[in-house]
Design a protein around this ligand. Structure first.
Ligand code: F6R
Ligand code: ZN
Length: 191
């Protein structure tokens, strides 16, 4: 059969997802971010250093993947698992990124936990969508995105996006997301 240049023909496959644990046991890529990888991301830098020291640099979040070709037409997918907790008053969060190909979106289906998908455009629009088990959040093209765990158990999502999208962490780190998610006296505050 003929294929289109730039899009490989591969065999279909299936991968197990442990929905309760929020893991992909057969993952060949497991990206791990520890508290020390989050230096520069939280407001309360001293609280982050205390966490790193007192809890021996604990696990912050993981991404499980069985990769597909990074090519037009393929769909990348993963499990994202973010631990619960606070740094000072700020809820644990992922670094967040724009896609390198900024005109590509993403679907997050929340499988477990509670939190927010925090999003921002380069022209200053802001949005935060609640996440809970069974909620699908659509991240449109052009929106930087970060998950935030506002609950007491891991926040687990299944994500799907264009396989050639790529990740641009630098721009949003420079810009900032405009708002942060805090837990204060049992209340979740976005400001
Ligand atoms: C992929 C995507 C997610 C995140 C994951 C970790 O495009 O949005 O799989 O990569 O939640 O977050 P980051 O990549 O911001 O460290
Ligand atoms: Zn993404």
């Amino acid at each position: 059969m003929e294929t289109v240049a730039g899009t490989s023909l591969i065999d279909p496959f299936a991968v197990a997802v442990d929905v309760d644990k929020g893991e992909m046991p057969e993952a060949t890529n497991r990206q791990v971010r520890r508290a020390s990888d989050m230096r520069g991301y939280y407001v309360d830098e001293r609280a982050l250093e205390r966490l790193i020291e007192q809890e021996s640099d604990p696990l912050h979040y993981e991404v499980f993947e069985v990769p597909v070709p990074n090519e037009y037409g393929h769909l990348m997918y993963c499990i994202s698992k973010l631990q619960p907790g606070v740094v000072g008053e700020e809820c644990f969060m992922t670094k967040g990124h724009y896609h390198t190909q900024v005109n590509t979106g993403e679907i997050y289906l929340c499988l477990r936990g509670e939190g927010y998908m925090v999003m921002k455009t380069s022209d200053g629009r802001f949005d935060a969508q609640p996440m809970e088990r069974g909620k699908m959040v659509y991240v449109p093209p052009y929106w930087a995105h970060r998950s935030v765990n506002a609950g007491s158990e891991p926040l687990v999502s299944f994500c799907v996006y264009n396989a050639e999208a790529g990740h641009n962490y630098g721009d949003i780190q420079t810009e900032g997301f405009l708002k942060r998610v805090y837990r204060r006296g049992g209340e979740v505050v976005i400001e």
